[in-house]
Ligand binder design. Structure first.
Ligand code: NAI
Length: 254
């Protein structure tokens, strides 16, 4: 039996990139998946890939920063897929610039999507997850996995808004684990390092080389490296792990 058989996952920002890879990996491990992104039609490719694995998938267009949309999304997932066991808060944006020139809008947008979005989905799934525990003596309420970043730990020039949002996600992860632990809901974060993606492909070669010099494993990470860690944290194999920030960064920082 696959590790996540019978479980239902919501993955945000799952139309492409790391989120799409996470959604497909959870499906490979047996979970039904709600694929969430700004527009439902952007999710079609991910949904198709998941359905080919023989599990269910639905596409939902949701702005993670809008409370009413998030609440409606969780309601619809429960109506269509029956429950929610795994919540992956992956949707994220950057709007980089030096802080002395950063606009209020660029600050607010990044905090709203990356940090408030994570809070809104965590709040929305907490009640249904609490009910999982009481049903049929099920020992697991649920697992929440937040995607942070190495720069949320280290800081990074030119990313005041992004690093603050990811630092906030790390603190929120720890608080969630403390508030919901007694209801058997675990909450952990994965902090990726430099991951090969559309975001990082465009960086100049000298910047990439400077990063590579700091990575003991001498390669950039892949979306799959992140998805493997998320799948483990989602599963009952991680049933005694909560409140942790797992760095997946090739050894970039300890
Ligand atoms: P990406 O830009 O390829 O994908 C992000 C997805 O989130 C997109 O499909 C986008 O439409 C969606 N999204 C953006 N705003 C949204 C909103 N308001 N509501 C719903 N969906 C929204 O990014 P990538 O590289 O896949 O990153 C995924 C996560 O990993 C992000 O949280 C990012 O901060 C984090 N991360 C990425 C790293 C990298 O090197 N690529 C390194 C460290 C962390």
């Amino acid at each position: 039996m696959s590790k996540l058989n019978g479980k239902v996952a919501i993955v945000t920002g799952a139309a492409r990139g790391i989120g799409a890879e996470i959604a497909k990996k959870l499906a490979s491990d047996g979970a039904d998946v709600a694929v969430v992104d700004l527009k439902a039609e952007w999710c079609e490719e991910t949904v198709k890939a998941i359905e080919e694995k023989g599990v269910k998938a639905i596409a939902l267009g949701v702005n993670v920063a809008v409370s009413a949309e998030v609440d409606a999304c969780v309601k619809e997932v429960i109506e269509k897929l029956g429950r929610v066991d795994i919540m992956v808060n992956n949707a994220g944006i950057t709007k980089d610039g030096l802080l002395m020139r950063m606009s209020d809008e660029d600050w607010d947008q990044v905090i709203d999507v990356n940090l408030k979005g994570t809070f809104l989905f965590t709040r929305a799934v907490s009640r249904p997850m609490m009910k999982n525990k009481s049903a049929d003596g099920n020992p697991s309420g649920g697992a929440i996995i937040n995607i942070a970043s190495v720069v949320g730990i280290m800081g990074n020039a030119g990313q005041a808004n992004y690093t603050a949002s990811k630092g906030g996600v790390i603190a929120l992860t720890k608080t969630t684990s403390k508030e919901l632990g007694s209801r058997a809901i675990r909450c952990n974060a994965v902090a990726p390092g430099f991951i090969q993606s559309k975001m990082t492909d465009v960086l100049p070669e000298d910047v990439k080389k400077a990063y590579m010099d700091t990575i003991p494993l001498k390669r950039f990470g892949t979306a799959s490296d992140i998805a493997e860690c998320v799948a483990f944290l989602s599963s009952d194999s991680a049933s005694y792990i909560t409140g942790q920030i797992i760095s997946v960064n090739g050894g970039m920082i300890g």
